[in-house]
Design a protein around this ligand. Structure first.
Ligand SMILES: NC(=O)c1ccc[n+]([C@@H]2O[C@H](COP(=O)([O-])OP(=O)(O)OC[C@H]3O[C@@H](n4cnc5c(N)ncnc54)[C@H](OP(=O)(O)O)[C@@H]3O)[C@@H](O)[C@H]2O)c1
Length: 398
């Protein structure tokens, strides 16, 4: 017999199922004890001979974060070439009880981003996989992060996190309560209303100063950052050209307002295609990829052109390509080329989110997500994104 009992006694235990077997010959009752804990998974299954009151005590011991088990993905083997499943290992970790200033968050969405590939090379094997996530605060001893709040945190690839925000470095937006997105999904806090959105917003507007009538070319155009760069360029009255890796991606870019697209995987001559599609030359190049695509774009830059170097994904899995030295072009065309990381605008973080949110609400900025279901598929989502499997932002729904 299964009874759904005691669940109201312990608010952090969703369901307590007891299977009671009275048929034993001694005085004990055999109690099968199943807990559906706040992980929303059946994470505890006990079966033992005990008196009926014993399960209540056992349940109480399990109560709270003191015995909550988190799942986490470990960087098990140093990346070599394209990442594969052998680079990752799933582990469990018992979480401690909350101390003053701490809160417990449950991951809802985990971000997979290109930077994870090169950045993890600096970490020893056995490290937690790094990365941002959007989660729900389950318990809190920190009034700035109350229970029920939806937060962004640089918690890494883990289902549950005990966090004390004051222990974190002060040089970046590591943990914050998400602004009110209205009816938009919280996962956007990892994309257009988070780090990639701010990368596009500040990288394009602050470094490239796009002016009405100018031609803006963006590589990695159908991804989280690139798709926004082209649209923001359009909002500033520019002509937007996107370079992406499939016809379907190019089609989507056209549907959200890009004036021209190139599928770099099917073209025989990217320089010739760019010349055709940007007959007046390029005023702004937003570089997400580096390598041969960037070599071609830089050759077509106009006088006083601006180049924002955002990323070089073409060489994250491979050695750096040899391309033509662009320095002569830099001089003759008096170009400005600047690399950046988005953390430069940490003190203006909410400004970028608010601007992108307003454009979305006005119907001027479109977003797309590629959602992988299940925490267990987080490595697969990263592997797939690095191969171009995503359109828009790649996220994992936990
Ligand atoms: N500087 C910063 O602060 C900052 C912040 C965020 C991101 N970034 C950089 O910005 C770039 C885009 O990031 P994201 O988050 O928006 O990722 P994303 O574009 O959503 O996803 C990565 C995309 O890169 C493309 N790609 C993979 N291998 C490639 C190759 N060999 N050549 C050309 N394209 C390739 C794939 O699309 P295709 O199908 O088109 O190949 C893939 O979908 C990355 O370089 C990233 O490191 C920099």
């Amino acid at each position: 017999m299964f009874t759904n009992a005691y669940s109201t006694l312990f608010q952090h235990i969703r369901r307590l199922y007891l299977c009671i077997d009275n048929s034993t010959k001694d005085n004990h009752i055999l109690v099968y004890f199943f807990l559906s804990h706040i992980t929303s998974r059946l994470d505890l299954v006990e079966c033992q001979k005990m008196r009926l009151f014993k399960p209540i005590i056992a349940a109480h011991r399990r109560y709270g974060s003191s015995a909550l088990s988190a799942q986490k993905w470990i960087y098990a083997k140093t990346f070599k070439g394209e990442p594969n499943q052998q680079n990752f290992r799933l582990e469990k970790e018992e979480l401690p009880a909350l101390k003053d200033g701490e809160f417990l968050a449950q991951a809802q969405y985990i971000s997979v981003d290109p930077y994870m590939r090169p950045y993890m090379m600096a970490y020893p094997e056995g490290s937690l996989m790094i990365g941002g996530q959007v989660g729900k605060v389950l318990e809190s001893k920190n009034t700035s992060f109350p229970a029920g709040a939806t937060v962004f945190g640089q918690f890494g690839w883990r289902t549950h996190t005990v966090c004390n925000p004051s222990d974190q470095p002060m040089n970046g937006p590591y943990t914050y309560v998400l602004p009110d997105f209205g009816s938009l999904p919280p996962s956007l806090g990892l994309g257009v209303l988070g780090m990639p959105g701010n990368t596009a917003y500040f990288g394009l507007l602050e470094l490239c100063n796009p002016k009405e009538g100018e031609t803006v070319v963006v590589s990695g155009a159908a991804g989280a950052v690139g798709s926004l760069v082209g649209q923001i360029a359009k909002l500033k009255g520019c002509r937007a050209i996107g370079i992406a890796g499939s016809d379907a991606k190019c089609h989507w870019l056209k549907s959200i307002g890009f004036d021209g697209t190139i599928n770099y995987k099917t073209t025989n001559n990217i320089l010739a295609d760019l010349k055709k599609i940007a007959p007046k030359g390029i005023d702004v190049y937003f570089d997400n990829v580096g390598g041969q695509i960037s070599e071609a774009a830089i050759k077509l830059m106009n006088l006083y052109g601006r180049i924002a170097v955002c990323g070089t994904i073409s060489n994250y899995n491979t050695s750096i390509e040899k391309v033509t030295d662009p320095m002569r072009m830099m001089v003759y065309k008096q170009l400005k080329m600047e690399g950046f990381t988005v953390w430069r605008w940490t003190d203006r973080w909410t400004e970028g989110i608010a601007a992108n949110l307003k454009w979305i609400q006005e119907g001027k900025l479109k977003w797309q997500e590629t959602v992988t279901e299940g925490f267990e598929n987080t490595p697969a989502a990263l592997i797939d994104m690095l191969k171009g499997g995503n359109t828009g932002k790649a996220v994992v729904k936990v």
